[in-house]
Design a protein around this ligand. Sequence first.
Ligand SMILES: [Zn+2]
Length: 431
Amino acid sequence: MKKFLLFSFLLVSLSLSAAAPVDFDRYFSDRTLRIDYIFSGNARQQFIALDELHVAEGWAGRRVNLDEVPLRGNGQITMRDAATKAVIYKTSFSTLFQEWVSTEEATATTRSFENVFQLPMPRQNAEVTVELYNPRQQTTATFTHLVKIDDILIRPLPSASPYPHRYLHKGGDSKQCIDIAIVAEGYRAEEMDVFYRDAQVATDELLSYAPYSTYKDRFNIVAVAVPSAESGVSIPHKKEWKTTALNSHFDTFYSERYLTTLSLKTLNNVLAGVPYEHIIILTNTDNYGGGGIYNSYTLVAAHHALYKPVVVHEFGHSFAGLADEYFYDSAYGELFPTDVEPWEQNLTTRVDFAQKWQNMLPKGTPIPTPTQGKPDTDMTRIGVYEGGGYQSKGVYRAFRDCRMRTNEAPTFCAVCRRATQRLIQFYTEQK
Ligand SMILES: [Zn+2]
């Protein structure tokens, strides 16, 4: 009897939660709450501190599936109504800080990193919790603070952008669409024709790839012409430092090709007044490199010969949370422990393969799938191929090749396409 009652209670609560999605207009006004945090620490311990709060008119983010995350990410933010504690908004992300924590430098020193998040502005006081996870998916830092809606120190952001900007693709109203801002970095004011051309190339390239090509009407892409004092970008290993709008540079964490910016506040400041959810930074350089961080930004070199595949690849990281499918000769790494199922949809350790592309595999497919006798770029046969996420052992990908593995692959593999499509639907359709 007790069991039966418990079971009915579960059924009722399940059906209630399925029937009652968080109503955007009930809990939020059409404004954006921008919260800046400082994440600091070292390999042993990490801390989260509140930096600044801003408010902006308009909310470009999603208005559906508010209390869920599409992917686990390396960190999450949860907003609760302060009075009822009901979860009213969630989002997930990854950060450069967490990548740095796994570097050699983090075993010897402590550093701090800026992080900026946009949340819908609640109508009532809200509690915001930030959590950071390690590669084993354990919580390494957590921080909760109260946002009082009448706090006089919440600084308003300008409602109109001071920078020239131009829509390169308009799928519809920003309330329904996913808004991408392409930002100029290392272009002087007189070089903006070049920037707009580069941004158009990125737009056309991205929208030519499935599944973006199928969902063009759900995206807006705006190019924001932020001028820099100098042309180009900083390349520390060549002793070249430039004064640019976003302070970006190669040699991030002493890795020559890793081009990033640590100035997240400046990046978000220059975008104030433009509706945006996802960011692509184009740098005016032909030096090879780039980076993409889930729900933070993509940054690429716009004048390198591999610009087109690289911008799509990096956006695969920053928009869709896809992992790198390439790997090195070293067998094991620290980013994907082989006894933990990664949250990235295009890799598996086979700890919980049912969560991944198991239901796409034809019956009888050998696991792991042998690679002998096929060209390395074969994208026709789905399998469970060993090697991915920088590791040659214990991590598996679905196809021999993919846009997330090489610059030569012509498309995203079917698993990456499905993961990206799910994300587009999550942002634009109520489940
Ligand atoms: Zn793939």
